[in-house]
Design a binder for this molecule. Structure first.
Ligand code: PXP
Length: 240
């Protein structure tokens, strides 16, 4: 069966909005593991807009499955990753102004950089995944950089509809096949939700999905009824 890795960044987004301690992303990660997630993904961004360094270190100590640290390949974050030693790092492009990761990496034009960064992680037995568009040149470049995985960017597929979505699905199928032929393992993610996941999950070569926003958003609604009822219970208990 395909594996689900849950991205818990948006639990931290909510915490940072209030500047207090709740909700705790580590608690969310442990609940996701108990529910069957086979990994936890978290993106330590340069601007620390959601996940903080302490979250990453705590996740490292508490997770029972695996930690996939999503990150830009900058010196500061590389040093933290080499200290934390996650099972997997997923390298992504990062822009300060973006709301979420916008595109895949341009590995092809920065091959020596990604080769060097990958080998630093390999020396610490950390597997490396490169987040790329479903594009043959970038997949080949990821292989040449020494990556273990590519994570195929599903954002274009997620944003398309009708015939355009079918075409994007075709691109993902072909890219997954190209990557597997080169001996790369294949993950996928970005913009996947309860409606669009199934067709991509039917692509044989893809092993794991990294899903955050749709899952955490849905959790708010499926958990809201119980949350309201538990608060009313306290009010009832206070009646005398
Ligand atoms: N994979 C990568 C590389 C990402 O940058 C993101 C967004 O943080 C995801 C997967 C998850 O995307 P979403 O939050 O849309 O499920």
């Amino acid at each position: 069966m395909k594996r689900l890795s849950v991205n818990i960044d948006h639990i931290a987004t909510l915490r940072q909005a209030r500047g207090e301690n709740e909700p705790e992303p580590v608690t969310a990660a442990l609940i996701a593991e108990l529910a069957g997630a086979e990994g936890i993904v978290t993106h330590l961004r340069e601007d620390r807009r959601h996940i903080q360094d302490r979250d990453v270190y705590l996740l490292r100590k508490t997770l029972k499955t695996k930690l996939d640290l999503e990150m830009a390949a900058t010196e500061e974050i590389i040093d933290i990753a080499l200290d934390v030693v996650p099972e997997l790092v997923t390298l992504v492009p990062e822009k300060r102004q973006e709301l979420t990761t916008e595109g895949g990496l341009d590995v092809a034009s920065q091959l020596s950089h990604y080769r060097e960064v990958t080998s630093r992680f390999h020396r610490k037995n950390i597997l490396v995944s490169l987040f790329v568009a479903p594009n043959k040149d970038q997949i080949k470049a990821a292989k040449n950089a020494g990556a273990d995985f590519v994570e195929l960017h599903t954002g274009e597929y997620a944003n398309a509809a009708g015939k355009a979505a079918e075409a994007e699905l075709e691109r993902l199928m072909k890219a997954a096949r190209d990557a597997a032929k080169l001996g790369l393992k294949v993950n996928a993610g970005h913009g996947l939700n309860y409606r669009n996941l199934k067709p991509v999950a039917m692509i044989d070569e893809i092993e794991e999905f990294s899903i955050g926003h749709a899952l955490i958003s849905h959790a708010m609604f499926v958990g809201l009824e119980r949350a309201v009822k538990e608060m009313i219970e306290i009010l009832k208990e206070a009646e005398h």
